[in-house]
Design a protein around this ligand. Sequence first.
Ligand code: SF4
Ligand code: SF4
Length: 183
Amino acid sequence: MEKVVPSRQLELLVMEETGQPLNRCYQCHKCSGGCPLTEAMDFMPHQIVRYIQLGLEKELLKSSSIWLCTACRTCISRCPNGIDIAVLSDFLKQRAIAKAIKPALPEVEIFHQAFLASLKSKGRVHELGMMMIYKFKSRKFFQDIFPLGLKMLSRNKLRLLPEGVKDYKRFRALLQAEKEGQP
Ligand code: SF4
Ligand code: SF4
């Protein structure tokens, strides 16, 4: 069996980019014990941290877990070291996209991209617009339209036109600063 030689490069990069104290993780498994999605995940939350510590990036970027995480934050509420796995999942998602790695769950990736595109355009998510992007890209044109989508429209739960944030200039400046890696 091939011996795994830990490389701290990935761990240090993730710690710097996400601010998560991964070096404090002692694999107590409390995060996985509370996560509602472990049954569907290929890597459990504590394993995500361990794989980062071991520098096994390729495996993580191909995993379904990073796309399944719903950012419910149960894990951080249980972690004795305050490690937020949802933040790690977001970081790994963005890295998989940047490296053009085929997502384990393509529909979730399309939804994720549609959500971000909608948020970036106005500073607030426009659900109807986001759903249209999702449907167009996933080619699931009629899924959930009958009766759920129509019911929501009839109850004014979906705004027809997008609404932006008040201080859009500031929002753009924040996005730009984030892109340039400024605090
Ligand atoms: S709960 Fe925290 S310390 Fe324990 S395994 Fe999970 S991330 Fe590591
Ligand atoms: S935030 Fe993600 S990893 Fe953490 S408990 Fe929720 S689904 Fe699981």
